[in-house]
Write a protein that binds this ligand. Sequence first.
Ligand code: GCO
Ligand code: MG
Length: 407
Amino acid sequence: MKITDARVFVGGPKKNYVTLKIMTDQGVYGLGDATLNNRETLPAKYLQDYLIPNLIGMDPRNSEDIWQFLYRGAYFRRGPIAMAAYGAIDMALWDIKGKLANMPLYQLFGGKSRDGAMCYAHATGADLEDLMDSVAAYVDEGYKAVRVQCGIPGMPTASYAVPEEKGARNYITDYSGIRPTVEIWDSGKYMRFMPEALMRIRERFGPELHILHDVHHRLTPREAAEFAKAVEPVGLFWLEDPTPADDQDALKLLRRHSTVPVAIGEVFNSIYDCNKLIEQELIDYIRVAVTYAGGITHVKRIVDLAALHHVKTGFHGAPSHSPLCMAAQAHLNAWAPNFGVQEYLVLGTPECDALFPSEHRMENGMVYVSDAPGLGVDFDETEVARYEYQPGSHPVVRLEDGTMWNY
Ligand code: GCO
Ligand code: MG
């Protein structure tokens, strides 16, 4: 069996999804996602100029050897652009494998460990009252887990994930141009407001609701320890990215002062970004995404390592990932003995369903994986032609005195 051709498509509803389609001499094709948020053209170019010419003629069934060829063969290892490109190839090869076996991917991993996978929604509010309404709406829809982000008094522009005017701007991609919007941040204001706000949410919604909160890399290690201690009585499901995760020792201080569960890893792209955090049991949830972290082959290794150290999965599922990445994660979630939760924002819009038809379904805050062979997602090439690439950027963050900070 041979790979005969591969094509890359960039486009989608309100997102520049980067979709790879690998064709074979047996008519079976595979699909993969290489969408690197706000840098979409780069993995697309890497695939087109370097990787696809090498894939032609290879046996698509040898997904492990092809992964090793890509990773070792590049000489310059890791990095989000390369790993997203490998991720798309790897997903497409697993898709082909599943179609050849006539089995959904979770069967190839070891079958189902659960019927549905719990996922969490994003509740946001310009203020606490607004946030309570947003949480209540998700609870009414049946969600058992909700991430809560709130506008901070005195800090009008930089409360992560809270649009200035609600709904006016997508907080993870600003399409007004390639130059980022500047937001102003103050950790003191945040730390004075947020623990009490989280407690009010707990009091209003009771002990059963899983409450998650994302600090989005904004605190120093000492501040993060203080914050984690302050929110301990809330009983959070997790505290995400309390510090920028490239300083892996930072969490030791937090661990000494608090038992709040910690989730990290959405910006990681390799097992070597998180093996220390996992082995030293400094985190409770690993947040990698199948796209950014080199595909199913590599992420499955991370999941297995995590399982040895009581670390559960909490795969990244921001709207930047296409339904292909979400499907790969749905199959891993169905299988993983150490599944924790899934962030879920993508599947289900009519435009997305038309571009990526699938039978994966979401009900009452749970994802139910499709039984179709492979990833269980198709791709409509005529549909994608409706969309043009739109350059966008993440906002950048500065402190009140102008110092550059972490978005
Ligand atoms: C999350 C993340 C995202 C990121 C985004 C950046 O927890 O979902 O923090 O919203 O900001 O993926 O591209
Ligand atoms: Mg996050």
